[in-house]
Write a protein that binds this ligand. Structure first.
Ligand code: FE2
Ligand code: FE2
Length: 209
């Protein structure tokens, strides 16, 4: 039986998703400030980078509601209070929320949209679920490195990138200040987690340097 969009569960789920993405964007922006205050500049940048992607998700869901412009959609929903002073807890809670979206919430929303016959919406939920899984993975790795004191040092030689100047440092430990730009070590990030380029590209560049 065909369901009209204005009477659908899908329109409510889109509004729930818009609310959830909007809140995630703000939570990450606030988390970025906390990380920055603790001199974890690279982690702060990752929160901002991710916040901007949540804005893009919010926009996609909001665009799919465009036909209902002028209407008010009333929803209920649960939203997390993840206001922590420790960056590791901010990362862990972010990982948890991203995973829940990826594996549970957006799968259910996608299936419901499919059942109601809104295939474009269903595909947006499934596509964005995949991105949230990548977010979860990245936040989880960072949380784990911080928690086990392996963010700035490791047993075997590794590589880190200074996100301020792009310097790639090889060794067992990140120096107190970047030897190139002289900024604090908080700008360094393990190279595999630097989000701006393919690691393979970094490697060939750094080998030739
Ligand atoms: Fe998102
Ligand atoms: Fe996300």
């Amino acid at each position: 039986m065909a369901i009209e969009f204005k009477d659908s569960k899908t329109k409510e789920n889109l509004m729930r998703a818009f609310a959830g993405e909007s809140q995630a964007r703000n939570r990450y922006t606030i988390a970025a400030e906390t990380a920055r205050n603790q001199k974890m500049y690279a982690i702060s940048q990752i929160f901002l980078f991710t916040a901007d992607q949540e804005r893009a998700h919010a926009k996609r869901f909001y665009d799919l509601l465009k036909n209902l412009s002028g209407a008010t959609i009333t929803i209920d929903g649960g939203y997390p209070v993840d206001h922590y002073d420790r960056v590791v807890e901010l990362l862990q809670s972010a990982e948890h929320n991203e995973r829940e979206e990826a594996e549970d919430v957006y799968q259910n929303f996608g299936n419901a949209a499919k059942e109601e016959g809104f295939l474009e919406v269903a595909s947006a939920f499934f596509q964005i679920a995949k991105i949230e899984a990548v977010h979860a993975e990245r936040f989880g790795k960072l949380a784990n490195l911080l928690e086990t004191n392996r963010y700035y040092e490791c047993e075997n030689s590794e590589e880190w990138m200074c996100l301020n100047c792009g310097n790639i440092h090889h060794g067992k430990m990140v120096p107190e200040v970047c030897p190139v730009c002289r900024e604090e070590r908080g700008y360094f990030i393990p190279l595999e987690l630097a989000p701006y380029m393919e690691p393979a590209i970094y490697k060939s560049v750094s080998k030739n340097a």
